[in-house]
Ligand binder design. Structure first.
Ligand code: GTQ
Ligand code: FE2
Length: 335
């Protein structure tokens, strides 16, 4: 009865015709597999390895000089993701370099880790890149990167690539730049507080493409303290109040020294960048120690709690929760 009474020759015939019995499925009606464990990429180890990419290639040759953060849990080397529905990476530009414009169906956000003097142009809008700045490049927005500064610039890229790969919706367009939209973004690029009354909005993403770390720090300080002493802000679209960009939810967490944050878990996954301070996170029973610019993951299903050492710490977080929310299956709880 190894195959619940199904004769091997019948199983073989089904297989030949691409049919399979549900009752023999390895996953259907079974408990879910245990959550993936968190993974930490220490900047102190990653940074020297990025140096090799400086000499190995240039954006002239390969479009983007990017090293991807790949999960150790991929089932094959063709499965490229970091955690959940997100693919994260570090991109490097050396002084004088430029990465030509292109656009794609995948949405991306950038979070600046090192250097200054670089600029990302998003649909023609100049977004200066300084430490801790968040820059959006929503789906199908033209974007290019330029660097006229003195030292290498490095930033985190996060894209919704795995979702597009699954859906078969990954599309890419090289230059020349065409159909540069004249959108409401033009009116509100610098400030979203006042708009021409006749402005109409047709996009589902924030017209503000750059969120500076200075502004984020100020907003964090003004945010209410949660019961565990932490403060959190969400990067939002000022027009709608919704998250700044579909599919990639961006937040920043400020953790008080000493007190650990309330344990939370979700069926969404989170990617974290340490922006300031040092501390530890306990994720699914595993404790990792982190410091500035370290990058780590909270795969779905794991309880996570964070604690800062000696002074307040800031963690920038990316979540795929919008995917779950839109599907009506988002689940979030505290311990
Ligand atoms: O900067 O345009 O990490 O298109 C992956 C794909 C960065 C980019 C990535 C991209 C980019
Ligand atoms: Fe791109």
């Amino acid at each position: 009865m190894a195959s619940h009474g199904v004769r091997p020759d019948i199983l073989a015939r089904w297989k030949e015709h691409h049919l399979a019995p549900l009752w023999l499925s390895p996953t259907a009606h079974k408990p879910p597999p245990p959550p993936q464990q968190p993974h930490l990429w220490e900047w102190a180890k990653t940074r020297p390895l990025l140096e090799h990419a400086f000499s190995e290639t240039s954006p002239n040759v390969v479009e983007r000089r990017v090293l991807q953060y790949l999960t150790p849990y991929a089932r094959s080397e063709h499965e490229e993701y970091t955690v959940g529905a997100m693919l994260c990476a570090v991109q490097c530009l050396l002084p004088g370099e430029a990465a030509r414009p292109h656009r794609h169906s995948m949405g991306a956000v950038r979070f600046v880790l090192e250097g200054s003097g670089a600029t990302t142009l998003v649909n023609g809008k100049q977004c200066p890149m300084e430490y801790g700045d968040l820059i959006l490049t929503p789906a199908w927005c033209w974007h290019e990167h330029r660097h006229d500064g003195e030292a290498p610039v490095l930033w985190l890229d996060a894209l919704d690539v795995p979702l597009h790969a699954y859906l078969g919706t990954a599309q890419f367009q090289p230059p020349p730049v065409t159909n540069l939209p004249e959108t409401a973004a033009d009116a509100v690029f610098a400030t979203a507080n006042f708009l021409p009354a006749e402005t109409s909005f047709t996009t589902n993403y924030s017209p503000v493409f750059r969120y500076s770390y200075a502004d984020a720090t100020q907003a964090l300080a003004a945010a209410p303290r949660a019961a565990d002493g932490s403060r959190a802000i969400r990067y939002t679209n000022p027009i709608t109040g919704a998250q700044a960009q579909p599919l990639l939810d961006c937040t920043m967490l400020a953790i008080e020294a000493g007190a650990a944050t309330t344990q939370r878990r979700s069926n969404a996954s989170v990617a974290c960048v340490v922006v300031a301070g040092e501390g530890t996170s306990t994720i699914g029973g595993k404790t990792i120690a982190w410091r500035e610019k370290d990058f780590f993951t909270i795969p779905q299903g794991n309880f996570a709690s964070h604690a800062a050492m000696s002074k307040e710490a800031h963690i920038f977080m990316l979540s795929d929760r919008d995917v779950m929310r839109r599907l009506g299956v988002l689940s979030e709880e505290t311990a």
